[in-house]
Design a protein around this ligand. Structure first.
Ligand code: NI
Length: 181
């Protein structure tokens, strides 16, 4: 495995639509392993292939505290969505920032696993937010375009009292940034 460079906002690859995966070749398997390693290294909750410069419809997510429950989604598609949640979210491609975004409270996603077997993943709360955020990356869409109000520096947010309530904050924020301050 190897770390890949995370592309940042302004990189044209982030605004392009990713292409469907037909077959999980050894090269793609390596990409997926690298994406997981890169996500864990950056303390992110999710990562989409375009964020490491690959226009493939692949997403990895892990919302667990122990960082040991990876979800790998190939060619994911939202099948159902309901409810609404508004909260802060961030992105490894927009380091040190976050903003408020409204997402569905619950989503059902159909996708394929590494063996190209069809799988269904259901998510609520943070998982629903992560699924929507990462799937948007495959369409070349960034959360910054959905932000209600403005984008905040994480330090600024940290200083705000709302942070103490811990309500709906942190998405793929770098955990380090939050702990250090
Ligand atoms: Ni992101």
């Amino acid at each position: 495995m190897a770390l890949r460079i995370i592309r940042e906002l302004g990189d044209p690859v982030l605004s392009k639509k990713a292409k469907p995966v037909r077959e999980v070749t050894p090269r793609l398997r390596k990409l997926i392993e690298d994406m997981l390693e890169t996500m864990y290294d950056a303390d992110g909750v999710g990562l989409a292939a375009p964020q490491v410069g690959m226009l493939k419809r692949i997403v990895v997510i892990d919302i667990s505290d122990e960082r040991n429950e990876p979800v790998i989604l190939i060619n994911p598609q939202i099948q159902e969505q309901d409810g609404e949640q508004t909260g802060f979210e961030g992105c490894l491609s927009v380091p040190g920032k976050s903003g408020q975004v409204t997402r569905p409270q619950h989503v059902v996603v159909k996708a394929y696993d590494m063996d190209m077997n069809e799988i269904t993943v259901e998510g609520e709360d943070l998982m629903a937010r992560a699924l929507c955020h990462e799937l948007d990356h495959l369409e070349g869409q960034m959360y910054v375009d959905l932000v209600e109000g403005r984008l905040y520096d994480n330090e600024e947010l940290e200083a705000m009292e709302e942070m103490e309530a811990g309500e709906g904050v942190t998405f793929d924020l770098e955990a380090e940034d939050l702990e250090d301050k």
